[in-house]
Write a protein that binds this ligand. Sequence first.
Ligand code: AMP
Ligand code: ZN
Ligand code: FE
Ligand code: FE
Length: 291
Amino acid sequence: MRIDLHTHSRASDGTDSPSGLVRAAADAGLDVLAITDHDTAAGWAEASAAAAEVGVELVPGMEISTRHHGRSVHLLAYLPDPTYGPLTEQLGQVLRGRGSRVPVMIERLRGLGIDITADDVRRASDGTAAPGRPHVADALVSLGVVADRDAAFATYLGWGKPAHIDRYAIPLVDALRLVAEAGGAAVVAHPWGRGGLGRPDEDTLGELQEVGLAGIEVDHQDHDAEARDRLRAIARNLSLVVTGSSDYHGDGKTDHELGCNTTEPDEYSRLLELAREASRRSGRVTPAVVG
Ligand code: AMP
Ligand code: ZN
Ligand code: FE
Ligand code: FE
């Protein structure tokens, strides 16, 4: 069983359509795939239809933009009810923040003498529900300003660079509560990765577990072998679920091929069980795993 629980489509900043993502997963020999676009369930329906066709088990999820003690934290939410009002209200606020930030980034870039327009970015973000820096990066690539997304982040869009603009993110503890209320299970994405929680220790992760955290994404390309060993030990001590995943973005991110990290079947079963428990407790109608 090959299980990849963190991937992106064009519904956010991946480069494959949701159905293309599912077909690519089948081609890569994956048995289970979670679609986890940033802050949106917009890709679920198309991905689910494709999964039923190609025989991949699809887990509907999303990667929620949150903030904790001033730091950006990505929270993977599996199988939440996407119609739960308080959650959609908060996600709406994130998406509106994403949208209103784009013109500001364009202004900054124009101020640097780059002839980029709103149309350039619109073309690059066609089909997305969650416009972001990667789409601005793609526009800069099409204009010939930079060679690739990485260069755009390194020169203009990354933290501390001239066109970096902050945006709204949901307070982490609120996001954990909302995911639980929506009947889903939450896993902190790449916790020791770049721009993450700032290497949260066992005490911090234990506190987050008390307010609903189900697991830790241990096997991720942002974590070296030592970080993975130490996170795995913390997860074992706390009985947190351990996941591994690619964080695939299609052509948008190198060295994140589908299945480059995977989740153990036992850990996947525990995650599904925690989602079922949350679903029962919430009394909400949560999405089913497809396939
Ligand atoms: P945003 O959500 O708009 O703030 O943009 C963050 C997204 O950009 C995340 O999905 C990251 O995976 C992606 N990202 C961050 N740094 C880079 C980079 N150097 N190259 C490509 N994508 C990146
Ligand atoms: Zn992304
Ligand atoms: Fe992330
Ligand atoms: Fe991601």
